[in-house]
Design a protein around this ligand. Structure first.
Ligand code: HEM
Length: 362
């Protein structure tokens, strides 16, 4: 009870917008806004969504707004069933008329390259998820600049930063995809964010987070020092870093679960190749269990910052919730990822939803 109080107090202080969502706390889990979901969203709206009246919202704008508000009764952050069928072959006039059509061909190509022979997600997929974070996560609410604009690959000096080590495989593949799909209208910022959600959905048990396209590209390097500098940070510092991106502590805890697929190489070169849980190609909850465990399996390498988060009193209860509830975590990851994937996008209302192009989750 005490932990819960501290957690709510933290969220309340961290975000004035949360008071509205906290009103949903007493509704039952089966009700409109799940108590858990409510306390995990900041409820803060971004860019044009913070000023546009509901009547002016596009379908994508309405969906993203409700995801940011944590309004799960209005819209689920995942769509597990919709399948988009291309109206015609690539380059046909039927295909060119629909924004999502080219993305169906792109997502199919991505999904094929993100799985290994055993159906698990591979190194390219893991790097694609991380790349999505490293492009969008450079945005800062207080200082501006950065965001989901493709600059991590379009500005060579950004990719060369220490933050972005161990992204070479996906960087090379994205460059090839960009050369192939740019003439058909695909932008780098969208390729990167589509890559991240296709990759997550390609992992067994992975979420099928809603996918949007229509971001603008930029070749201006994002300001430096916007990403977690090393996996040594303490939990309060990480929470503050994410709060400056409008991401709550709960969203941070949900997003860092992406380390369920992770295999580190550079954080500790002596242990290069060691995974962050015992099933790196599977999007399961073992990462949360094994990070918090007093007796982790041999060979599992835990980042000090992950360990710190798992033990951080305001985060501990949620960490345990995710450890025991795949579906709850997948929904929260999806909501937090949609939020992350529009950071720095000025005209969110102009985006188009193309979730139907994603592979059905394994
Ligand atoms: C919260 C702070 C975070 C820290 C300190 C952190 C740190 C790291 C480090 C040090 C690595 C290993 C890089 C290497 O040496 O190969 C890594 C890998 C990875 N990270 Fe994070 N990360 C954080 C958050 C996130 C988030 C929010 C996501 C995605 C939403 C993410 C996704 C990944 C993935 C998928 C990998 C595996 C890449 C691979 O296996 O090649 N991380 N992270």
């Amino acid at each position: 009870m005490k932990i819960r109080y501290v957690f709510l107090l933290f969220l309340g202080l961290a975000s004035p917008g949360v008071s509205r969502t906290l009103l949903g706390m007493n509704k039952s889990l089966a009700g409109e806004i799940s108590p858990a979901a409510a306390k995990r969203q900041t409820g803060e709206l971004l860019a044009d969504l913070s000023t546009l009246p509901d009547a002016a919202l596009s379908p994508a704008g309405w969906t993203i707004k409700n995801i940011l508000l944590g309004n799960r009764a209005a819209v689920s952050p995942q769509d597990l069933t919709t399948v988009y069928t291309a109206p015609g072959p690539l380059d046909s006039s039927e295909c060119r008329r629909e924004t999502c059509c080219v993305w169906k061909y792109i997502a199919d190509a991505m999904a094929t390259s993100f799985r290994d022979g055993a159906g698990r997600c591979n190194e390219l997929a893991r790097q694609a998820v991380r790349l999505g974070f490293h492009d969008a996560g450079t945005w800062s609410k207080s200082a501006g600049g950065g965001g989901a604009d493709g600059s991590v690959l379009l500005a060579p000096s950004e990719l060369a930063r220490d933050d972005n080590r161990a992204l070479e495989v996906v960087a090379a593949q994205m460059a090839a995809w960009y050369a192939e799909w740019r003439p058909r209208g695909a932008r780098m910022a969208d390729l990167i964010q589509m890559g991240a959600v296709v990759a997550a959905a390609s992992c067994p048990l992975g979420p099928r987070a809603r996918a949007f396209v229509g971001r603008n590209d930029s070749a201006t390097p994002a300001p430096p020092d916007r990403l977690p500098s090393a996996a040594n940070s303490d939990a309060a510092a990480l929470a503050a870093l994410f709060a400056d991106k409008t991401l709550s502590l709960g969203e941070l805890v949900a997003l860092v679960g992406a380390h369920t697929t992770s295999v580190q190489r550079f954080f500790d070169p002596l242990a290069a190749g060691s995974p962050q849980d015992s099933t790196p190609g599977v999007w399961d909850t073992l990462y949360y269990n094994q990070t918090a465990s007093s007796d982790p399996p041999q060979g599992v390498f835990r980042f000090p910052s992950d360990l710190a988060l798992s033990q951080y009193p305001p985060a501990r209860e949620l960490w345990q919730t995710f450890a025991n509830a795949q579906a709850v975590w997948n929904d929260d990851f999806a909501a937090a990822y949609v939020h992350l994937s529009v950071l720095g996008v000025e005209h969110i209302n102009d985006l188009t939803e193309c979730t139907g192009v994603l592979p059905l989750s394994g």
